[in-house]
Design a protein around this ligand. Structure first.
Ligand code: ADP
Length: 444
């Protein structure tokens, strides 16, 4: 009896203990499971919000239409780029795929289709990619703003067509003059006529040669190639311009025009390339002489305003209409095509001038009134301005940002030495910095 009671009690205790352990284990398991599930959910939520963040950060529009054709993913860029984002794929094709053949291609079972469509003032590139197996196909739509590429492509096409046109004109003359010499034969023509024809052939080949040289220069002028074309040094711009005006007096007199140069006030030196600076000013003076009227005047002013040096070339010639003023810096643009051509104009001069001015950190502007005259002004930073900029760049970034500040480094180091400073730009202390700035300002 006692034994059986003991066994029974033992059994009850063991059972209670086992069920306690079982309950405890179950609870722990559930807790573990819940914790794992929570972690997993948090991770999934985090991944979801990360992919949402990625989707909303990229400037490529993304839309995903599920196999039922319903929209299931789309980002902000898609809404920004498209006027509206339809809820289903059919409506999308109706809105954006009809006139360009995308809807037809998808209907024919093509897995990929794309088109460039004009939307408001932009060109939007849309591509559609089918994913999965037919008949349950989903579609990924990518939307991109292709306005800039489109414009660049148009400009390239226009440029190539302009170049061929410009080359064809002298070529036609070369061909017809040489043909006439072949057809009539040298023996049948008078010597003076033959000379005239050959001179024409020579002039047109020279014209072609210059055109090709200008095109070559234009295509290679950029920041990267500046060292090949320019040797930047400190220039006495007032002296350079006065000297150039003297050398061009002959051309002015040939046309019966009066030309003068005036130095308005004290003109500081500037950083630039001597040859290219002469080319810029010579081109502007040539134009002023070319587009002038009888007994006209060309005046060249050189002066300084605060930290800028300017050269102004003023004529009282034919002037340029307001509508045309912005365009004359474009390649091949001529206001009066026949007059410009007659005087040998290729419409590239001002485009080259603008590039050369930009490369030397300058600016060019134009004021003109039709039938009254034009005023072209070029401005360049003074020596002091470039030295201050160089000091700022060396002490903050540790290197020069352009060819001018790069050329100024040695002069700045020399100035620092003359102030008793060792030119270690990144170690320059506040008071030393101030001393160097004062030394720059004190330069004449
Ligand atoms: P071009 O070789 O034809 O002179 P440019 O690029 O130098 O080419 O000039 C572009 C056009 O700008 C010229 O064809 C001319 O119509 C106009 N233009 C330039 N300078 C003047 C000026 N000083 N007065 C009037 N028109 C000018």
């Amino acid at each position: 009896m006692e034994i059986s009671l003991a066994v029974a009690i033992g059994f009850v205790v063991a059972f209670s203990l086992a069920s306690l352990i079982f309950h405890f284990e179950k609870k722990t398991l559930r807790k573990n499971f819940e914790r794992e599930a929570r972690t997993y959910l948090a991770q999934a939520r985090q991944e979801q919000s990360e992919s949402d963040r990625i989707l909303s950060a990229i400037d490529l529009g993304i839309i995903y239409y599920d196999p039922q054709g319903q929209i299931s993913i789309n980002n902000q860029a898609a809404h920004d780029l498209l006027a509206q984002v339809p809820d289903n794929f059919h409506a999308f094709l109706d809105t954006y795929g009809q006139s360009n053949g995308m809807a037809a291609q998808i209907a024919l079972g093509k897995s990929y289709s794309s088109a460039l469509i004009p939307l408001q003032d932009r060109m939007i590139y849309i591509s559609i990619q089918a994913v999965g197996q037919s008949p349950s196909l989903a579609h990924v739509v990518l939307v991109r703003d292709a306005t800039r590429q489109y414009q660049e492509e148009q400009q390239r096409k226009e440029y190539v067509s302009n170049v061929s046109h410009e080359l064809r004109t002298p070529l036609t003359t070369l061909k017809s003059y040489s043909e006439s010499l072949i057809d009539w034969g040298i023996a049948e023509k008078q010597r003076s006529q033959i000379l005239k024809d050959v001179q024409k052939i020579y002039d047109e080949s020279t014209h072609m040669e210059q055109l090709i040289e200008d095109l070559n220069l234009l295509s290679s002028l950029d920041e990267a190639s500046i060292h090949r074309y320019m040797h930047i040094e400190l220039l006495d711009i007032a002296g350079l311009v006065k000297n150039l005006v003297d050398r061009m007096q002959g051309q002015a007199q040939e046309r019966g025009l009066e030309m003068h140069a005036y130095v308005v006030n004290q003109v500081p030196r500037i950083y630039g390339d001597r040859n290219q600076m002469e080319r810029i000013v010579a081109n502007l003076i040539t134009n002023a002489l070319k587009y002038s009227r009888d007994q006209g005047h060309v005046d060249v002013y050189i002066g300084a305003i605060r930290d800028e040096v300017y050269v102004k070339i003023k004529d009282d010639g034919i002037g340029i209409d307001k509508d045309q003023q912005a365009k004359i810096f474009e390649r091949f643009y001529r206001v009066d095509d026949s007059r410009a051509r007659q005087s040998g104009g290729r419409g590239l001069g001002l485009a080259i001038v603008k590039e050369l001015v930009d490369l030397q950190q300058g600016a060019i502007s134009l004021e003109s009134t039709l039938a009254v005259g034009s005023e072209f002004t070029i401005m360049f930073p003074s020596e002091k301005k470039i030295l201050r900029q160089a000091l700022y760049e060396f002490t903050t970034d540790g290197h020069a940002s352009n060819a001018l500040t790069e050329a100024a480094e040695e002069d700045l180091a020399e100035l620092a030495r003359s102030c008793g400073l060792v030119a270690k730009w990144n170690g320059l202390q506040g008071p030393e910095h101030q001393r160097l700035l004062r030394a720059i300002n004190d330069l004449t």
